[in-house]
Design a binder for this molecule. Structure first.
Ligand SMILES: Cc1ncc(COP(=O)(O)O)c(C=O)c1O
Length: 325
């Protein structure tokens, strides 16, 4: 299997440590462990953890953690949730499990490179749904309808979107679901930046709109515990979960039981974490927006959600690839 170099990860690996300013950071200010435990009032938690046997964890994930994750969605059984090592591993597992050589996969573009390069590496015929600045980077659903056909295995979307900050509205989620249902395709909805809405817009998760959705998300971006390297997949279709599980046995065994316990504290306090993180994201947006508006050499479509934006200096040089990390 040949795979294209993952350019943004190469870039980040080279430049993200030991620097003064990181304009390419995509996580909402990750906590230090001490700061996190103080934030949730559990300063003594490491004492409690001392007795935890460092054995393999539960194969599909710590039961209470799966339950808390399933509670983020409408009437979802915890058995429909699998723990992974970040959203990157979650996306990998979806492609690894579902994509076979010759399948048609549609992916939005630009996007986090994994979402289009990896299905290609698994032998899929990948068609790109190109987002355009003149549409405010919003996907053209008529164009998507032309790309989808009876051979489409997977429609890959990402909302809130990296790198444009586009947030798909419910009517778009429903329209995409309709297309998936008609063509018997699945939807991989990468919701890594879920809930980081800059304005007070509320949009459901794709899994609460569509039974053919497979949702991926993690503790990295909106939950500020990036270093745990934990994420999840949620899907309502039991056959998909079984297939993911079958493949996951070859890659994961279990997530780290130690880190799952810390992640559990994050979800037990999710309301306060989001309060903190929305404050940070909205204040950063305000500052950046003020600067972009006062800077004639920079132009953008203001992001609606997430932590990234896609500005450009049309006449000088393109900054667009800066922010896809
Ligand atoms: C859209 C998207 N998906 C997945 C990931 C992977 O993140 P993680 O594995 O830390 O959850 C990223 C990271 O930047 C991303 O932007």
């Amino acid at each position: 299997m040949k795979v294209e170099p993952f350019l943004v990860e190469k870039f980040m690996g080279r430049y993200e440590h030991n620097i003064e300013l990181n304009l390419a950071e995509t996580c909402v200010k990750p906590f230090s462990l001490g700061e996190f435990l103080r934030f949730i009032g559990k300063e003594d938690y490491l004492e409690e953890l001392k007795e935890l046997p460092l054995t393999y964890g539960y194969v599909e994930g710590l039961p209470e953690l799966r339950e808390r994750i399933s509670d983020l969605y409408r009437d979802l059984d915890p058995n429909n949730v699998l723990l992974t090592r970040g959203a990157i591993d979650a996306n990998f597992l979806v492609f690894f499990s579902l994509v076979e050589p010759g399948d048609n996969v549609i992916s939005i573009f630009p996007a986090y490179q994994q979402l289009y390069s990896l299905p290609k590496a698994f032998g899929a015929n990948v068609k790109l749904l190109r987002l355009r600045e003149e549409d405010g980077w919003y996907p053209d659903l008529e164009e998507l309808a032309h790309l989808v056909n009876g051979k489409t295995k997977l429609i890959v979307i990402n909302s809130p979107h990296n790198p444009t900050g586009v947030l798909l509205r419910k009517d778009a989620l429903e329209a995409i679901c309709d297309m998936a249902e008609r063509s018997r395709a699945y939807i991989l909805a990468d919701e890594s930046y879920y809930g980081l809405n800059i304005h007070d817009e509320q949009v459901s998760s794709m899994i609460d709109v569509c039974d053919r959705a497979i949702v991926t998300r993690s503790f990295s971006k909106s939950l500020s515990l990036t270093g745990l390297r934990l994420g999840w997949i949620a899907a309502r279709d039991g056959k998909v979960i079984d297939d993911l599980m079958k493949h996951r046995d070859y890659t994961t065994i279990s997530a780290s039981i130690l880190l799952e316990h810390i992640a559990l504290l994050d979800l037990r306090n999710i309301g306060r974490i989001y309060e903190r993180n929305l404050r940070i994201v909205r204040e950063n947006f305000r500052l950046l927006n003020e600067w972009v508006e006062s800077e004639p050499r920079i132009d953008w479509v203001p992001p609606k959600a997430g932590t990234v934006a896609f500005p450009a200096t049309p006449s000088v040089f393109h900054l667009r690839s800066w922010h896809c990390g």
